[in-house]
Design a protein around this ligand. Structure first.
Ligand SMILES: Nc1ncnc2c1ncn2[C@@H]1O[C@H](COP(=O)(O)OP(=O)(O)OP(=O)(O)O)[C@@H](O)[C@H]1O
Ligand SMILES: [Mg+2]
Length: 274
C-alpha cells in the first residue's frame, strides 16, 4: 500500500510507542506512549525541559527514531521518512523565516522545497499569504514584520504543502493577546475547512484549555496525564484550573528539570519575536 493510501485509512494521526531519546547523560524522552487522533487539536504541555520539542523533532523526522516507535497516519517514520515529511507541516520553536527575504519569497521557498508544481506556485503562495492575512505586506522584507506577522508567515510556510498534520512548537510565544488570537483564529479556520490534525505545544494553560480538544501533560520525558481539559480539571476538583493540573503533575517548581540551556533557549525564543 502506498503511504498516501495508508494515510487515508487510519484514524490515528500520530502514534508513539515507547519513544526514547537521550543526549549524553540527559534522558530527554523516556518511554513515551502517545496517540493523537485524526482531526483533533492536541496540546502537548509541560515544563521547560520536559521533552516536548525533542518528541516533536522525532515525530517530524528531524531526530532519528527506531522502526515501530512512531507512525504518522499509519506510516512508519523510520522506514518512510520522505513520505511522512509530505504529510506534515511544521512550525519550529526557533525562528524559521529568512529575515532578509520578503514574505512572498519565504513562502515561495517552501513551495519549491515541497514540490508544489511550478505552474501552481505563484497562486498557491498568494493563497497561503492571503489565508494568513499577509497580502498587504507580502512584498516587504520579513525583518520589518511584527512578532504576530512572523508567526503567521511561518504558518503560511507550513501550510503551503497542504499537510494533514500541522505541528506547532509554541506558536504564540512572545505574542500579545491580540496577535495570539490572530494566530489561533487562522489555525482554526484552516482546520475547519481541511479536517487537518493539529499537534501544538504551549506554556499558556488558558490557551490550551480554550483551544485544545485533548491535552497531555509531559514531565521528565513521559506523559503524566492525558484527557480533555475538562476531564483533567474535573479530576482535581470543581474549581480547578489547568494551571492547577500542571502543578499537580509536575511539582511546583517549574524549573526543577530545565537547565541553563533550556532557559537560554526559551529567552532566545521569546526575544526573537519581540
Ligand atoms: N540537542 C540537544 N543537546 C543536548 N541536550 C538537549 C538537546 N535538545 C534537548 N536537550 C535536553 O533534553 C531535555 C528536553 O529538552 P526539550 O527541548 O525537548 O524540552 P521542552 O519540553 O521542549 O522544553 P521548553 O518548554 O523549554 O521548550 C532538556 O534537558 C534539554 O536540555
Ligand atoms: Mg521546547
Amino acid at each position: 500500500m502506498s503511504a498516501q493510501e495508508t494515510a487515508q485509512q487510519t484514524q490515528t494521526a500520530v502514534r508513539c510507542v515507547g519513544l526514547y531519546q537521550r543526549f549524553g547523560d540527559t534522558v530527554a524522552v523516556d518511554g513515551l506512549d502517545l496517540e493523537v487522533r485524526r482531526g483533533e487539536v492536541f496540546g502537548l504541555l509541560g515544563p521547560n525541559g520536559a521533552g516536548k520539542t525533542t518528541t516533536i523533532r522525532m515525530i517530524t523526522t528531524l531526530l532519528p527514531a527506531p522502526p515501530g516507535a512512531i507512525e504518522v497516519f499509519g506510516v512508519d517514520v523510520a522506514r518512510r521518512r520522505t513520505a511522512v515529511r509530505r504529510l506534515i507541516g511544521y512550525v519550529p520553536q526557533q525562528l524559521s523565516v529568512d529575515a532578509t527575504l520578503t514574505g512572498r519569497e519565504n513562502v515561495g521557498l517552501f513551495a519549491r522545497l515541497f514540490d508544489v508544481p511550478r505552474r501552481q506556485r505563484a497562486e498557491r503562495v498568494a493563497e497561503a499569504l492571503a489565508a494568513m492575512d499577509l497580502t498587504d505586506v507580502a512584498d516587504r522584507p520579513a525583518k520589518n514584520y511584527s512578532g504576530g506577522m512572523v508567526r503567521r508567515l511561518e504558518l503560511a510556510q507550513a501550510l503551503i504543502s497542504a499537510p494533514r498534520l500541522l505541528v506547532l512548537d509554541e506558536p504564540t510565544v512572545g505574542l500579545d493577546p491580540v496577535a495570539r488570537d490572530g494566530v489561533w483564529t487562522r489555525i482554526e479556520h484552516i482546520k475547519a475547512t481541511t479536517a487537518m490534525t493539529v499537534l501544538v505545544t504551549t506554556h499558556l494553560m488558558q490557551e490550551a484549555d480554550h483551544r485544545c480538544d485533548r491535552v497531555a501533560l509531559m514531565h521528565r520525558g513521559r506523559i503524566r496525564a492525558l484527557g480533555t481539559p475538562a476531564e483533567l480539571r474535573g479530576a482535581l476538583g470543581p474549581t480547578a484550573t489547568l494551571d492547577d493540573v500542571f502543578r499537580a503533575h509536575t511539582g511546583d517548581r517549574l524549573d526543577d528539570r530545565g537547565d541553563l540551556r533550556d532557559v537560554r533557549a526559551t529567552r532566545r525564543t521569546a526575544r526573537r519575536v519581540s
